[in-house]
Each structure stands twice: as structure tokens, then as C-alpha cells.
Design a binder for this molecule. Structure first.
Ligand code: SF4
Length: 395
């Protein structure tokens, strides 16, 4: 109730989305609820078509670790048989399921992007709970240019078959065109905001924008999702996402301007506080560079397929590095930071190439170690010292 009142009072996109995501998540705990456990990039529209809310382990784990349940989840994580070098999003989600803080899956659905770890988790859960596991196999995109038509058509075929299968499994009637219209409304708003940020007209906080898009994945394809993203189009709606410019009046805005790569430490704000304390700001986040295109509601599968294949963090390290350089140049960034989330082979594996390409392009680059689910204040002194030196070098 408190969240609802806050959402209605503030009128911001962020509060609105948080309220609706939380309400939808709570409904997954109701008796008889159908609970699709899906990996983060799974096209939510395929579920919205049937009025289903995805349980995304990464989002669910993050939410629980920001609440009073953290101790319980951490204790269960420490007892878990899962290897400790596995991404903590999955270890936490597994632990939360074991302690009944998350509801059991009715079906498990995945996509090969971005990592195989989550596919292993979903497969394992499906076997334990005797429910189907279906994974969309997504080919790697070419290093340059769009995905090949045969790749798009193959993935589109898989998505179409899966959409039908969900209907057979749940016995529900689809409303995919409506879900796609909601998806397009959100994409239009998101692209408009992206263009404003790229042109320099809008200065939004990349750390908060990451969290917004992260949560938005749960509602993408729903009316609430469309309305939440459309709220970003008004000044009032994005009021709590704007970078505060205190102290930078009369200048060109906060400095240094930074691009943030990969995920963020959701509950430990120390890195961002250090950046703010130096007068800087994260002006763009790599993971926000998706869902920018509207998809044809009359023929949605090729568009959904292309969105998956061409995700900015999918494909070779060379492709990722090229996109990062484009983003850093477009956002007029002074430097780029990669968050080395513990256990993420996908993110860490591309670092050598990123490092050498950014050095060649003369773009200052820093990597900082951490865990996306670290406790508040979990950032090490070494991390803070390295970050401070980097920021001072950029000034
Ligand atoms: S952080 Fe890395 S390992 Fe974890 S879910 Fe994301 S891509 Fe997979």
C-alpha cells in the first residue's frame, strides 16, 4: 500500500514501474499462479500475450537482496551446493527458491544470450520440478552489420513455436498483437529518451536508468510497462532519474562524463558516491542500448529475433568493443568503466579485447571488481582508491 501511495503521489516513471513490477511479482506467489521462470533477455511479450508475468531470476534475486530477506538468502547461498564462482544472481535465486522466498517454476524458458550459466540453472530447476525447459538458441551476430536473414528466420521460427507451446501448456488464449503494441509504445518512448541523451538534451543517471530498464523487463509488453516507459517523456516523470547538476551551473555539466559497462552493484552505492563526490556522472549505460526499435505487431517474430541476435552484449568481443567505442563517442564520454561482476564469464571474458581497443582509440578505461549483489558499503578500499585515481586523471 505504501508503495502504491508513493507511486501515485510522485508520478515518476520509476515509482510507477516499481509499484507495478512489485504488484505483478507478488501475484506470482498467489495459490495456483502460473510462474514462468525466464532468463533476463527472454522476450517478455510472449508471456504478456497470455497475461503472464515472468519471474526473472536476476531481477527477483536483486529485489530480495535489497530487502529484509538478505540474511536468509545469504545463509542459504552459503549452504548451497552450487559452485561459488557461479554468478551470484543465480546462486541467490536458487537459494531463495530453496527457502521458499520465490515460488516454484511452472515452466522454465531461456535464451542462449547472454550466458550459459542461467540456462544450466533453468534446466536444473525444470528437471527438479518436473516442468518443461525450452531454450531459444540464438546464433552469434556478425561483428559488423545486421544479423543475417537466415539467422533471423531461424530464431523467429523458434519464437513462434514457443509462443504456441505456451498457449498449449497454459490453455490460455494469446493476445500477441496487443502485447506487441504495448511493446512498441515502450520502445518509442525509450528510443526518444535515448535520442535526447545522445544529443545532449537529456542528462539522465546511468545507474538509475540501468535499474529502470532492468525492472522494466518484467513488464515489457504490458499496458503498465508501456505507461511506465511513456512517463519518461515528461519532465515530472523522469524527475528522479535526472543527474543533479548542483555546482556545475554555467559549465557544460558534470565532469567527468562516464559510460558504465555491464551490470551495476545494485545495493552498494559506494562507486557512484565516489563519482558524484568528484563532480562526475555516469551518463550512459551499455545495457540500456536495446529495445530501441519498434516491432511490427502484425509479424512480430522476426523483429523479436533480431532484437535477441543483435543485443549489444551478445557476439564477439570485437563487436562489443566496437559498440562501446560508438557509445562512448556518441555520449561524449571522458571515460569508460567496466564493472567486473564476480562469476560472469560473459562479461569478464571480453575484457582483454575491450582494453586494447579502447586504448587504441584513446578512450580512458577502468575496470572495477565487485559483485552486483554486494551489501551496501561492500566496495573495497582498493576499488575506491583506483576509481578516485581514474577520476582525477580525467579531470
Ligand atoms: S551477470 Fe553474467 S553470468 Fe550473471 S546472468 Fe548476467 S551474463 Fe549471466
Amino acid at each position: 500500500m505504501r508503495t502504491q501511495v508513493r507511486a501515485l503521489k510522485s508520478g515518476t516513471a520509476r515509482k510507477y514501474l516499481e509499484h507495478h513490477a512489485l504488484t505483478a511479482a507478488l501475484a506470482l506467489h498467489e495459490e495456483g499462479a502460473f510462474v514462468p521462470w525466464v532468463s533476463y533477455l527472454f522476450p517478455s511479450e510472449l508471456l504478456a500475450s497470455y497475461g503472464l508475468t515472468p519471474l526473472i531470476p536476476e531481477v527477483a534475486a536483486t529485489t530480495l537482496m535489497g530487502m529484509d530477506f538478505r540474511e536468509e538468502v545469504e545463509t542459504a547461498m552459503n549452504r548451497s551446493a552450487l559452485p561459488r564462482d557461479l554468478c551470484s544472481y543465480h546462486r541467490a535465486a536458487r537459494a531463495a527458491l530453496d527457502t521458499r522466498l520465490l515460488p516454484a517454476p511452472s515452466i522454465c524458458l531461456g535464451t542462449t544470450p547472454l550466458c550459459t550459466a542461467k540456462e544450466c540453472l533453468l534446466d536444473q530447476l525444470a528437471q527438479e520440478y518436473h516442468v518443461p525447459f525450452i531454450s531459444i538458441h540464438v546464433p552469434l551476430p556478425p561483428d559488423e552489420g545486421p544479423a543475417r536473414p537466415d539467422q533471423v528466420s531461424d530464431v523467429a521460427g523458434q519464437l513462434g513455436a514457443l509462443h504456441e507451446r505456451i498457449g498449449e501448456f497454459t490453455g490460455r488464449r494469446p493476445a500477441l498483437a496487443e502485447a506487441m503494441r504495448n511493446s512498441s509504445r515502450a520502445a518509442r518512448a525509450w528510443r526518444s529518451v535515448d535520442e535526447g541523451r545522445m544529443s545532449g538534451d537529456l542528462l539522465l543517471d546511468g545507474r538509475h536508468m540501468f535499474a529502470f530498464a532492468f525492472l522494466g523487463q518484467m513488464l515489457w509488453g504490458t499496458v503498465a510497462g508501456a505507461r511506465g516507459f511513456e512517463r519518461l517523456l515528461t519532465e515530472r516523470g523522469r524527475a528522479d532519474l535526472v543527474v543533479p547538476t548542483n555546482g556545475s551551473e554555467g559549465t557544460s555539466g558534470p565532469r567527468p562524463r562516464l559510460v558504465w559497462l555491464h551490470t551495476v552493484p545494485h545495493h552498494d552505492d559506494s562507486a557512484f558516491e565516489t563519482i558524484r563526490a568528484h563532480g562526475g556522472a555516469v551518463v550512459f549505460e551499455e545495457m540500456g542500448r536495446t529495445h530501441l526499435e519498434e516491432i511490427d505487431p502484425a509479424d512480430p517474430f522476426p523483429g523479436l529475433a533480431r532484437r535477441l541476435i543483435e543485443h549489444p552484449v551478445w557476439g564477439s568481443a570485437t563487436r562489443r568493443a566496437r559498440l562501446v567505442v560508438e557509445l562512448a563517442r556518441g555520449a561524449r564520454a571522458d571515460g569508460v568503466i567496466h564493472f567486473n561482476h564476480w562469476g560472469c564469464r560473459q562479461g569478464l571474458g571480453t575484457l582483454p579485447v575491450l582494453r586494447s581497443v579502447l586504448a587504441r582509440e584513446g578512450i580512458p578505461f577502468l575496470t572495477i571488481d565487485g559483485d552486483a549483489l554486494d551489501r551496501p558499503g561492500g566496495g573495497s578500499d582498493t576499488m575506491t582508491a583506483r576509481l578516485e585515481s581514474f577520476l582525477e586523471m580525467l579531470l
